[in-house]
Design a protein around this ligand. Structure first.
Ligand code: AMP
Length: 401
């Protein structure tokens, strides 16, 4: 029997998201989520998709990631999709930070684990959880290839001119300070899918990808390769996000320390968790912000305007970086669903060949689609992202080879 299934694991500090895919047709066999790992009332939600079964939920204490994966394995087994099946080809793991070491998906061995561990100082929140996920899965199926797919990998093609901060080179190199970028799996998938939507090969197309979720990032992709992206050493740089500030004068931090008497951790929390849309208006959900604007709420309106202003600046900047732009692609929660954000982001950019058709922009669909007027110089597209499929595809390509 040929092994064609791939389990994709996205391990966070207290959660594990998973999907089991069949790579013969990229179909989903099961999806699920374990939350509140380590707490009294952990929750596992499992949805089998192979024969139309209903979702199942378990609420119990799940002590750690090993127990979480064991519970996932039990649920999968109930649907005849057990992890001991010879049909399982590999497990693909999302790993947030691959630094400069990992430019491609990589089959995990001890040296790879050690390197992901060495990168913890640049991704203290994410890499430890990702490592735990890999180690746990490895213990469960030691014979199976485990593949690490890095959020940073797609951005490793950025030239030094875009990847380096203008600070002392030795200091930067000593502490591995540079712009790595994140959401790479999404930018890779969406830029390729956009070329496909245009009926062209990725090598021939220049795309600006706007990944607008709770976290948000933009990238400039020339002929399938990333040449710039808005997130940096960490996911804090760039666009205004749900709870992150994005770009800011770094001296704000010195000011908060010297004048505001805040500690490093307090400032970290302020900028990562209490800024962006939530800091500006108390809400980070774009639906709620739009609702408030419709009711005449000034704070919500200002938050929206700041969000759009930054977005527009990045569109202009990446237009200049690329020189020629064939398409702009909106993706993730806000990008895929918020017609007002898409309209406002390109409003006034007709000189750059950018416009949206209101009727097309209003259409709701899960399919990639164009929203620019017929004959527009630059295609404006909505392209739903699929990071799990991209991780599964990259994982399968590696183990099949
Ligand atoms: P993500 O991180 O990609 O899951 O995106 C989550 C964000 O998408 C939420 O915080 C909302 O701001 C936004 N979002 C989700 N659904 C909608 C919608 N129907 N309209 C506008 N924004 C949405």
């Amino acid at each position: 029997m040929t092994a064609t299934r791939v389990l994709v694991l996205n391990s966070g500090s207290s959660s594990v998201k998973y999907q089991l895919l069949d790579m013969r047709d990229s179909s989903r066999l099961a999806v699920g989520l374990v939350e509140r790992i380590g707490e009294e009332s952990s929750r596992l939600k499992h949805t089998p998709l192979n024969d139309g079964g209903a979702s199942r939920e378990r609420t119990e204490s799940i002590a750690d990631h090993a127990a979480a994966l064991q519970a996932v394995a039990e649920e999968l087994a109930k649907d005849g999709l057990g992890l001991d099946s010879p049909e399982l080809a590999a497990i693909g793991h999302r790993v947030v930070h691959g630094g400069q070491s990992f430019t491609e998906p990589t089959v995990v061995n001890d040296a790879v684990l050690a390197e992901i561990e060495r990168l913890i100082p640049v991704a203290p929140l994410h890499n430890p959880a990702n490592l735990t996920g890999i180690r746990t899965a490895r213990a469960l199926r030691p014979d199976l290839p485990q593949v690490a797919v890095f959020d940073t990998a797609f951005h490793t093609t950025m030239p030094e001119s875009a990847a380096r901060y203008a600070i002392d080179v030795e200091t930067a190199d000593t502490h591995r300070i540079r712009r790595y970028g994140f959401h790479g799996t999404s930018h890779a998938y969406v830029s390729r899918a956009t070329a496909e939507l245009l009926g062209r090969s990725p090598e021939d197309v220049n795309v600006i990808v706007l990944h607008l979720g709770n976290g948000a990032s933009a990238s400039a992709v020339r002929g399938g390769e990333c040449v710039d992206t808005s997130m940096g050493l960490t996911p804090l740089e760039g666009l205004v996000m749900g709870t992150r500030s994005g770009d800011m004068d770094p001296a704000v931090i010195f000011h908060l320390m010297r004048v505001g008497g805040m500690s490093t951790d307090e400032i970290d929390t302020l900028l990562n968790k209490k800024s962006g849309l939530i800091g500006l208006c108390g809400d980070n959900d774009m639906r709620e912000i739009r609702r408030r604007i419709d009711e005449g709420d000034e704070r919500a309106k200002l938050a929206f305007d700041i969000y759009i202003h930054r977005l527009k600046k990045y569109i202009g900047a990446y237009y200049a970086v690329l020189g020629r732009v064939d398409a702009i692609a909106f993706t993730a929660g806000v990008g895929e669903n918020s017609a007002p954000v898409r309209k406002a982001a390109v409003a006034g950019l007709e000189q750059l060949g950018l416009a949206v058709d209101d009727e097309l922009n209003a259409v709701r669909s899960d399919e990639p689609r164009l929203i620019s007027p017929a004959g527009a110089r630059v295609a404006v597209a909505v392209v739903p992202t699929d990071e799990e499929l991209e991780i599964a595809t990259q994982t399968y390509a590696l183990v099949e080879a």
